[in-house]
Design a binder for this molecule. Sequence first.
Ligand code: PGA
Length: 264
Amino acid sequence: MRPIIIAANWKMNTTPSDAGPLAAAIAAATDAPDVVRVICPPYVCLAPVREALAGTGVAVGAQNVHVMAAGAFTGEIGAAMLAGLADWCIVGHSERRRDQHETDELVGRKLARCLESGLRPIWCVGEQLDEREAGRAEAVVREQVREALTAGGLADGAWSSSIVIAYEPVWAIGTGRTARGSDAAAMAGAIRAALEENGWSHAQAETVPILYGGSVTSASIGEFLAEPAIDGALVGGASLKPDEMAGIVARAATTAAARRAAAG
Ligand code: PGA
């Protein structure tokens, strides 16, 4: 049975002084042992958030990591620096693909860097609006999977149990426009098929959690979790609001209980 995961992507919001109290408020509002909860604040807030979340069961993630281990890369953060601060790391978010020109090749190498450093990557894939309208959404995402697995040397599936994938249609991020649950489920199926086509076993592809991301709120989360292929959400804007997170995680806890009951 795959875990249900709700991950908060705070993006470039919060400060070292307000991030800890916000994280604590979210942890208190989302107490649900069956849901894996992760908060990904900006780098400078990792330490206060880690401290605020100690003992709550909520994990901490970074939003990015540099592809190289260390060296002359001014302003960058390497995976080893995150030891003791973060256990998870978002990789390949569409805002970084857009603004920092991250390619699937780079994303794949970053996935490998995370994994060998003990960070669990939340690997983001997803199509642009014009690609969806042209009927190419599945083809685009399958290619993203193929390129990153190849570049990261991850085609043997050896790291499959440490990876989480977030399907985030780019046109749904921060726009208030969500995909339909059925579309997200179809895309999750395409992603799992692509993992298998590129070397993962069927069992490995079936056990990797796939989250939906893009304008998720407490009102829309149910549509996605109603799909057996979807295992949670990567939440942006709504993740800064404890009340919204409370609603999202409560719905996730209901799903987790139902799936556990169904699995016997
Ligand atoms: P959003 O962001 O929920 O604000 O659309 C999601 C994401 O970027 O991961």
